[in-house]
Design a protein around this ligand. Sequence first.
Ligand SMILES: [Zn+2]
Length: 393
Amino acid sequence: MRINLSVERQTALGRICKITEWGTYPGSVDIKTPAYLTYTRVGHIPNITWDVYEKELKKYLKQTQVFQLTLGSFYDSIEAINGIGMKDFCAMPKDSILHLTHHDSLKKIPANFNTTKTMALWAKAGRRSIDPTMYKKLVKACQVHSFVGLNDFDTPSEAKRKRLGKSLFRTAEWNNEMLGIKSLDGHLDGLKMKQENDIDEAPFIPLGGGFSKEYRTLTVNQMLQAPYATAFAVDLWHVSLGNVDGKEKFDLEVVKNLIGDVLMALPPEAPRLVEGAFDPSQIWNLVKLGVDLFDSSYAILLADKGQAFRIGDNYWKTGEFTVMDLKNEEFKEDMDLLYSGCECHTCKTFKRAYIKHLLDTKELLASVLLTIHNMMEFDRMFEVLRNSLAIES
Ligand SMILES: [Zn+2]
């Protein structure tokens, strides 16, 4: 099963696509891209319950929700999850579309623990090592509709050619082993052996290569040969705002150089996902380069820091946005609503000074209110992008 995507418009600011099927999700879906996957931790949107989601968020959100499950955040409970799936285990909304990814992008992701046979995963109780056989079982146990393939992601800017080569080799081998095609020997094409493939859930194949344009190109060329590679996850962990070891600043020219040609090389109908926390301007630039799907961890990253964001009036043209840090003293007596133009529950009800007071007194309600606003704004940002791509040339 695949993610069924068709391109509706290609413009200088990015592309607008329509997704009508999402892996093994029964029935059709209606998702316009650019879009986001809703970041979850331990099977819920951080800081809010599913009840609050239903009452204060869901009815206002413009896009169909696809929930991004972060394996590291709930791996320790996998025994309990096996048999009932994540949706029932976490009391998620019925009809939830579920996507599985490895890392919790806002938690620390240490370097140097992947091996030839296994990818390191960081769970609450420490490091776990996942091999293709285990990962297949995990995808089944969680009862998701899509997932990101295993990825030897440890390729910071100082990674040498040898390490980059190893990363490409391991990632290709792991995905081949899991997804059913086993090549006995690279130069004995006639001897390619097909295994029984019992994974119906749609894989997003990782496209790594670190900070080397050469290895980015080698990776995409290699992965495109795999028959199961119909959707892709472009690996930009090391320039995301999360907490991966070896993290670097997001330098647009560097990113363009690394992934511009990679995105051009992909078939038009292949969905392109970039996971991790990216700010509105970075997302605007990645959309321009041809990325379709993101995740909403940025909204939570800010809420956890006591911050709210708002995109500018010209966001669609320039990527501009502002961040309000509610911990600042200037808000102590500010009786304005959080953002007067926003329609969310928080902005319609609560004053800046009150949110600052909640933060000062370490009341959990502060994170709840900021999560509601940031999620609404994140959703609106994508709607603005889609609307502008629909009319601009
Ligand atoms: Zn708001």
